[in-house]
Design a protein. Structure first.
Ligand code: SAM
Length: 240
């Protein structure tokens, strides 16, 4: 049975498509094996595996990886449940991708330094570590601020789930996307929850400098365009 975490993850991340071309192009440039860090329920891992690449999906949340494995072709993706700041997979990769601001969830510069050291140690010579980041304060009209976006909804069994970004909050060094989540049961009861994802403020220049400190070299950035619902991102590329 799918976990509630996987249901929210699919609703809040699953329909994002603006970055797929970028990851396809990087995969075509570097081939495999590929490590997808913070892979969630496999939005990108499954797409790359369907293209024939050897993919390992790493995530902290075991229930998200379980959902990935149950998807059509899920068995073609190897999974690793680990903290990205402290992992040892005993193998190296030609491409390590960190999509959808995941590197901005690692707890600031200290957490990122731990992750960059672990990732650098898993890169083949000539390999690339590619990380999508964004400045949420640039988002004047998108999902994280400005006009209130539509709710994303789905039904699982007899329960309906609905989620909508309602506010952009700030605290030192972080921006929080606050969502209102509603779970409507078959008996008519509605459970309303508030959930906030705190995203570290991070510029491409800062991440590139941190990559150099971890022994990597800066390669040309790529860009992911903005959509009506999502802000655009820069993809910082660090080579070995
Ligand atoms: C924004 S979601 C992106 C999911 C997926 N990559 C996508 O683009 O659809 C961030 C993911 O990173 C995972 N994550 C957050 N912190 C992590 C950590 N320290 N180590 C491993 N995974 C982490 C979360 O569980 C979640 O699945």
């Amino acid at each position: 049975m799918i976990s509630e975490a996987a249901i929210w993850h699919d609703l809040e991340c699953g329909s994002y498509e603006a970055d797929l071309d970028c990851w396809r192009t990087l995969a075509s440039d570097h081939r495999g094996p590929i490590l997808d860090v913070g892979a969630g329920t496999g939005r990108i891992s499954l797409m790359l595996a369907a293209l024939g690449y050897e993919v390992t999906a790493l995530d902290l949340d075991r229930s998200l990886l379980a959902a990935l494995s149950e998807r059509p072709n899920g068995a073609t993706v190897e999974t690793a449940c680990a903290d990205a700041r402290d992992f040892d997979l005993q193998r190296n990769f030609a491409l390590i991708i960190v999509p959808m601001l995941t590197v901005q969830l690692f707890g600031g510069s200290e957490g990122r330094a731990q992750f960059l050291a672990a990732a650098a140690g898993h890169l083949l010579a000539g390999g690339c570590l590619a990380l999508a980041i964004a400045d949420l304060l640039d988002d004047e009209e998108g999902a994280a601020g400005g006009a209130v976006p539509e709710a994303d909804v789905c039904t699982v069994g007899e329960t309906s789930y609905s989620t909508r970004a309602v506010a952009l909050n700030q605290r030192e060094g972080q921006i929080g996307i606050e969502r209102r989540r509603e779970v409507a049961a078959a008996d008519g009861s509605v459970d309303v929850q508030s959930a906030t994802d705190w995203i570290d403020a991070l510029s491409p220049e800062q991440l590139e400098a941190e990559g150099v400190a971890a022994g990597l070299k800066v390669e040309p950035r790529r860009m992911i365009p903005a959509t009506d619902e999502y802000i655009g991102s820069a993809v910082v590329c660090l080579g070995r």
